[in-house]
Design a protein around this ligand. Structure first.
Ligand SMILES: [Zn+2]
Length: 265
């Protein structure tokens, strides 16, 4: 079946991009180049041969260890490649080979990189979120004027602009009020730019849904962690992965979720 074959190709493309995302996740926080030097073991510095650098497969064959020094390779590498591969196939199922697929692919790749960098070092890197805001808006302009994209995940340029302002503005206001009341800096500036980027890509209706999802799931996970570890209230969870998950949810179920609070027009 041709379709099955193509699903595999999309999965492999996703996994290869995932492999590149792993490089970005490791190097962007250190402000290193993402093209040079070639991949090397973080423990023994030996360059990684091309046959040990095949997405997903090499990790399994090497059983998660470096060939030279046997140091454990983080499971993150495998997980990022698998996530990007699976999400690419999911996007293909949802949108076929289309403009929406292409935009969704770029967006999801950025979300994965941001999530894992935030998990790693508690930073939402500006070098992804700021160009992301511009790119999301440009995609909406191209989609509206040149592609005639339907308002599925490609918003109108106006919706994209409102999304940027609403996404950034809402969190800015929340952070400001929180700081006034508690005297503690709450929401990071990185989360604010991330939500503005999500608004740029998905339009303003995605903002309440993404925020609602991230707050609820974030609270549940946060409380669970506190109970399990006894860490108390000072436990600071990275918020970006929850925002990103909310955005991914919106890509696939946005149309249906909007119906919950906007009457069909
Ligand atoms: Zn090594």
């Amino acid at each position: 079946m041709a379709a099955t074959m193509f699903h595999w190709l999309v999965f492999i493309l996703g996994a290869i991009v995932g492999s590149f995302l792993n490089v970005c996740i490791g190097r962007i926080p250190k402000e290193e180049s993402i093209v040079r030097p070639p991949s090397h073991c973080l423990n023994c510095n030996k360059p990684i041969a091309f046959y040990d650098n095949i997405p997903l497969i090499s990790y399994l064959l090497l059983r998660g260890r470096c060939r030279s020094c046997s140091e454990r390779i983080s499971l993150r590498y495998f997980f990022v490649e698998l996530s990007m591969g699976l999400l690419a196939v999911a996007l293909y199922y949802r949108f076929g080979l289309s403009y929406e697929f292409f935009v969704g692919f770029v967006f999801v790749a950025a979300l994965i990189a941001i999530s894992f960098i935030d998990l790693d070092v508690r930073i939402v890197p500006d070098v992804i979120s700021l160009p992301g805001i511009v790119l999301g808006f440009l995609f909406s302009v191209v989609g509206y004027f040149f592609i005639g994209a339907k308002d599925e995940i490609i918003p109108t340029p106006v919706s994209s602009l409102i999304g940027i302002v609403a996404g950034g503005g809402f969190l800015l206001a929340t952070a400001w009020i929180y700081e006034k009341i508690t005297g503690v800096e709450g929401m990071g500036g990185g989360d604010i730019k991330l939500l503005a980027m999500i608004g740029a890509f998905l339009g303003w209706p995605s903002i309440p849904i993404t925020l609602f999802f991230a707050s609820v799931v974030g609270s549940v996970v946060g409380l669970t962690c506190m109970l399990l570890t006894g860490a108390g209230r000072r436990l600071a969870l990275p918020f970006a992965p929850f925002l990103c998950s909310g955005a991914v949810l919106f890509i696939f179920f946005g149309e249906e979720l909007i119906q919950l609070y906007l009457p069909p027009g």
